[in-house]
Write a protein that binds this ligand. Sequence first.
Ligand SMILES: Cc1cc2nc3c(=O)[nH]c(=O)nc-3n(C[C@H](O)[C@H](O)[C@H](O)COP(=O)(O)OP(=O)(O)OC[C@H]3O[C@@H](n4cnc5c(N)ncnc54)[C@H](O)[C@@H]3O)c2cc1C
Ligand code: FES
Length: 285
Amino acid sequence: MCEDCTCGEEIQKNSIYLPEVAELVSKKKMTDIDSFFEFELKGHSLGHLPGQFAEISIPGIGEAPISISSPPSDDNKFEMVIRNIGSVTNAIHSLNVGDKVGIRGPFGTSFPMNNLRGKNLLFVTGGIGLVPARSAILYALQNRADYKDITILFGCKEPGQRLFTDEIEEWKNRNDITFLETVDTCNGEKWEGNVGVITTLLPKLKNIDPLETYAIVVGPPIMYKYVIMSLHDMDFSDKKIIVSLERRMKCGVGKCGHCQMDNIYVCQDGAVFYYDDIKHLKEAL
Ligand SMILES: Cc1cc2nc3c(=O)[nH]c(=O)nc-3n(C[C@H](O)[C@H](O)[C@H](O)COP(=O)(O)OP(=O)(O)OC[C@H]3O[C@@H](n4cnc5c(N)ncnc54)[C@H](O)[C@@H]3O)c2cc1C
Ligand code: FES
């Protein structure tokens, strides 16, 4: 029984409210502020789908929702990339291999990878938006025969903020996918690639069939407006655009109302949505 209040709610093991212990098994710095973390649960896998998130907690500090960046797996390990922005994320960055965290989840909706079978996929990712998108990208690459053309676009502010640089090199060298990237500015760093915002990559794509292609768009709030305008120019319908929204969250399970937009709880009804389903919500994007 819940001992914190008088709600009388039955709290069971594996409940959505109780964190489970996970061990940090590897850690790698990716940029000045972003690090890669691999965690392991004891005895079972996280059981997530591409695009879902989990609540990660540090005792005495707090809890934060973080996307799961690895594809679904029977393995007990799962991956996250965390930007050091405040108290919880700073505490996670200070962890050493072998340290423990609390995990609740997985929560939220996922990219509809089953419905997308047999279609072309166009990933448009900005900055840390590559983190949740990577879960779907790696899933699609593991099941390559199930999808037609796969195109991945990635943009970030400057070369030093690029994520997953080793994987990006592999993606560039694959001949069964198209990968293009850009930076907003070189900022004095050596960079021979495209310079400009992510929408400057879209006109470089040839033969995108908007009737047979789903665009999966994940990035900072400002990016959505311009990417969606460009996709409309390419004749994409709103039903063929999938977005993942980031909102301030607390409980992650539809109880606290922190993430509410009208009648939608982003933590439960999202964070992945068809754009068509949320475009009427003023504060959505
Ligand atoms: C579904 C979902 C998935 C996410 N996935 C990732 C991920 O994969 N990697 C990652 O690094 N982060 C991710 N985030 C964001 C992450 O949850 C926040 O950065 C984290 O909660 C900050 O906690 P903190 O205690 O470290 O910072 P705090 O001490 O709470 O805040 C530090 C500063 O950041 C601001 N801030 C905190 N949270 C947010 C937010 N959500 N949006 C804008 N400003 C904020 C605060 O106002 C404050 O100025 C995700 C968020 C959501 C909702
Ligand atoms: S985070 Fe509590 S209702 Fe969504």
